[in-house]
Structure formats: structure tokens, C-alpha cells
Write a protein of this length. Structure first.
Length: 321
């Protein structure tokens, strides 16, 4: 699509040049700073809503309107909120099954840095899903609230690996690797994992799983390590079950989460704001919160096109039902 638009723009420019006139024409959307939009409340103070929705990744959204990756966007919004003295607190509006380990950890780190440097309270409000990497991020907040119909948890790590060896045998295709070590092509989709390779991959998963448990120990100090380990078997919990087991603090709606952060910030009235890209419509506190991922395979962290390029396995904090 972008190539077609560029070709069309070139033709228009050529036609204009032939007329002897000069115009400043841009047919491609330009990246602009985020805009602040009031979506509720009133008063001199502000509560910022920051969205974590869909597959958590460092990759930019593809398409005609290019958007920054989730990590960059969240960092920019946190920076805006930290620098604005009128912003007294943040609600992280979470609706995600998780995503890549690194993106989840980066956002977790940025939220903790925001709290440390600004001293402003952060409350997580989980809508549909707050699982795996999304729950990992939630551990950076001061309080975790979930909608009555939320599912929460899926604490653990999963690796995606596709084995195309049998299919390649059927069509008469064979892949060869020239490598410096036995495990240099470990996880290649063109061959099955060996017992040694599986052991190596399991070691990586165990290490990342241990990091997840440590993050929960920090975020839920009332839970013992043994209790956390018992809860972290990969399953999701309903909001009521998660509350009973100590994984969340309250069952509440999004507007109640906003009221909670106002109390924590010590303000009675505050405007609720969203940071949105120019052209995005934001009318209330639920605006943009149920957006679908652009790529239908994003929820599995798998792009079929990558298989043709010899994609490496991915280690994910992701709920994959």
C-alpha cells in the first residue's frame, strides 16, 4: 500500500512539474507528537490513562498510518505525565494476553522509574485480560484492580517453535546449515529439537520464569515465594479467584480505579486525560481500549511469513489458549 501511494505521489509531482507550478504536496501521513485529550472529570488536576492493549511487543504497528511501538509510546506518555505538574497519578488501562519477554520487562522498568522519579501513584485497571506479560507489567503498580469479568494470571513462559521437517520431506526440500558449533542453529524450524537442544531451551525458559517469580515477589510482598510458585502454573484466574488468592487488590470498574488513584494522590477532583495520536477519536475513558491487533497472528507471536525466512523461536510471557 505504501509503495502504491509513493508511486502515485511521484506521478502527481511529475505532472505538477510539467505545468511549471510548484506546490508543497505530502500524500503520506506525518508523525506528530501525542495530543492530550480530556475524556472525563473536571478540575485543575489531571489523572492520565495509559493504555496497554493487545500483543505487547517492541515492533512498530505495520500499515499505512505508522505508529510507534508500544514500548516507545508508553515511555513517551510516562514522560509527559511526569513532566506535567498537574498530572497527579496514572491509571494503566490493561487489556492484553501478554507478549515478548523484553517488551514486557521494558515497560515494567519504565513504570517503576516513573514512580521512583515522580512520586506519583500508579494503579492498574484490568479489563478483559491481564495475563502473563501484562500481569508482569502490573507488578510495577501501587495497586492492581480488575474488572469483575476479567481473567488474570497465566504466570509463566512459553516458547514458540514450528517444526517443518516433515512437510519439507513431503515436497522434496532439504535445508542445510553451515555452522561453527553444534547448537548454532538451535530452534531452526527446518528440523526437530534434539534432546540436548530441548534441555538448553528449557534452561532458558526456567531462567526467565524465575525472573517472573521475582517480579511478583516484589510486587506482591504479602505472598510468600512458595505461594507464588504454587499459583504460577500457567493458568488464568477469574477476578474473584485472583482476589481471593492475593494476585490483585480489588475488583472494580475503570471509573472506580480512577477514583482510587485520586484518593491516593490526595485530590478530590481531576480531569481524566488520554494521550492520543492526531486524528484518533477519544470521547470517554474507554476510548481505544478494545482495539484489535492489526496482525491476526500477533496474539500467538507468530507470523507465517517468518517461517519462510527461517524464523528463530520466541520466548514469550504470553497466554496462548
Amino acid at each position: 500500500m505504501r509503495n502504491k501511494i509513493k508511486s502515485f505521489a511521484f506521478l502527481v509531482a511529475l505532472m505538477v512539474s510539467m505545468t511549471g507550478c510548484i506546490y508543497n504536496i505530502s500524500l503520506l501521513p506525518e508523525s506528530k507528537p501525542l495530543q492530550e485529550k480530556v475524556v472525563g472529570g473536571e478540575g485543575a488536576f489531571k489523572i492520565a490513562l495509559i493504555e496497554i492493549s493487545g500483543f505487547i511487543s517492541e515492533q512498530k504497528d505495520s500499515g499505512f498510518f505508522e505508529k510507534p511501538d508500544m514500548v516507545s509510546r508508553v515511555k513517551e506518555e510516562l514522560k509527559r505525565a511526569a513532566q506535567d505538574p498537574a498530572v497527579k497519578g496514572i491509571v494503566l488501562r490493561v487489556n492484553s494476553p501478554g507478549g515478548t519477554i523484553t517488551a514486557s520487562d521494558l515497560i515494567y522498568h519504565e513504570v517503576r522509574q516513573f514512580k521512583k522519579q515522580s512520586g506519583k501513584p500508579v494503579v492498574v485497571s484490568i479489563l478483559d485480560v491481564g495475563a502473563s506479560g501484562a500481569y508482569y507489567i502490573a507488578m510495577a503498580a501501587d495497586r492492581v484492580l480488575a474488572h469483575p469479568t476479567s481473567v488474570v494470571g497465566s504466570i509463566g513462559v512459553i516458547m514458540t517453535h514450528v517444526n517443518l521437517e516433515g512437510l519439507m520431506d513431503k515436497v522434496g526440500v532439504k535445508a542445510e546449515s553451515i555452522k561453527s558449533g553444534e547448537n548454532k542453529d538451535l530452534g531452526s524450524p527446518t528440523k526437530a529439537l534434539s534432546p540436548e537442544g530441548r534441555e538448553i531451551m528449557q534452561g532458558i525458559i526456567d531462567d526467565m520464569y524465575g525472573r517472573f517469580l521475582k517480579v511478583i515477589e516484589t510486587g506482591r510482598p504479602e505472598l510468600t515465594p512458595a505461594r507464588i510458585k504454587a499459583l504460577a502454573d500457567g493458568r488464568v484466574y477469574t477476578a474473584s479467584d485472583a482476589k481471593a488468592r492475593g494476585l490483585i487488590d480489588e475488583i472494580a470498574y475503570l471509573d472506580q480505579a480512577i477514583d482510587r488513584v485520586k484518593i491516593m494522590a490526595g485530590v478530590e477532583e481531576a480531569k481524566v486525560i488520554l494521550y492520543s495520536s492526531p486524528g484518533e477519536y477519544s470521547d470517554n475513558i474507554y476510548s481505544q481500549s478494545f482495539a484489535k491487533p492489526a496482525d491476526p497472528f500477533a496474539a500467538w507471536g507468530l507470523d507465517p511469513r517468518q517461517l519462510l525466512r527461517g524464523a528463530s523461536p520466541q520466548f514469550l510471557y504470553l497466554w496462548m489458549p
